[in-house]
Design a protein. Structure first.
Length: 264
């Protein structure tokens, strides 16, 4: 067995060990304790946001109604749990990624299909592996968050701009011959990849990127709705709720980061 095989075997063994330990510990949690650490406003926001998305999905969806509703609701649960720094988010993310990717494939939205099926979905396993390492979680199983330094932020911004330029010019315009929305489309695609990478690494700055993505998406669908496309209201509501949750996630992760620093 060579070094690469040994390292892979070590990672796989640790993954299943961490999964077993997490599920074993989670099975001991009383139902009455699941909402500990959530204040009444967070619980109310969770119920309200999930209800709104479920109703909007049912009222505005003709094809793939069940899958769309599942994708929407699990997506919202995922975001709420990520904002609270809960490892449980990854189980909802797996369902969300698969159902959303399938819908995108059936609808011919191949860019989103590729992104969710071949990047977001496998990243959930890595995220779970990273988040369940003993050194990365607190006594309450909350993620220990961290911040990028100024040099890392500069490199990140520069990397996003370069990657978005190459992606937009050679892939979107060069291969797909896209002309409309080229700049925001290339930016949101690259920023999404970077944001989820920062998420699984538990960096607070991921929320700033999600705020940018969700703001751009909200504006796009608002313009679409105001132009007379009534179907755009569902996506407008979805991205607006995601934006609000991203702002909340940033605030909450700053608090988690302060606690992480004290623990260290």
């Amino acid at each position: 067995m060579n070094l690469t095989e040994m390292n892979l075997s070590f990672v796989i063994k640790n993954f299943y060990t961490q999964l077993y330990n997490y599920l074993h510990g989670f099975s001991k949690i009383k139902i009455s304790n699941i909402l500990l650490g959530w204040n009444k406003y967070e619980i109310l926001w969770g119920i309200l946001s999930v209800t709104i998305l479920a109703v909007v999905s049912v009222k505005t969806t003709d094809d793939y109604l069940i899958l769309t509703t599942i994708a929407t609701i699990t997506g919202m649960f995922n975001l709420l749990l990520v904002a609270k720094g809960k490892v449980l988010n990854y189980f909802f993310a797996l369902i969300n990624n698969l159902t959303y990717a399938y819908i995108c494939y059936q609808q011919g939205i191949y860019g989103q299909f590729l992104l969710f099926a071949f990047w977001f979905f496998p990243m959930q396993f890595y995220g779970f592996y990273s988040w369940t390492k003993p050194q990365n979680t607190s006594e309450n199983n909350d993620i220990m968050t961290k911040n990028l330094n100024n040099r890392q932020r500069f490199v990140l911004i520069l990397g996003i701009l370069v990657a978005a330029t190459l992606y937009g010019y050679f892939i979107l315009m060069g291969y797909f011959h896209q002309q409309i929305g080229l700049i925001p489309d290339s930016l949101t695609g690259v920023v999404s990849v970077v944001a989820i990478t920062l998420m699984v690494k538990a960096y607070v700055e991921q929320w700033i990127l999600w705020i940018v993505i969700n703001t751009l998406s909200t504006v796009i669908w608002l313009q679409q709705y105001l132009s007379g496309d009534g179907a755009g209201i569902a996506f407008l509501v979805m991205w607006l709720i995601y934006l609000i949750n991203a702002v909340y996630g940033y605030i909450n992760w700053k608090k988690l980061n302060e606690r992480s620093i004290k623990i260290k």
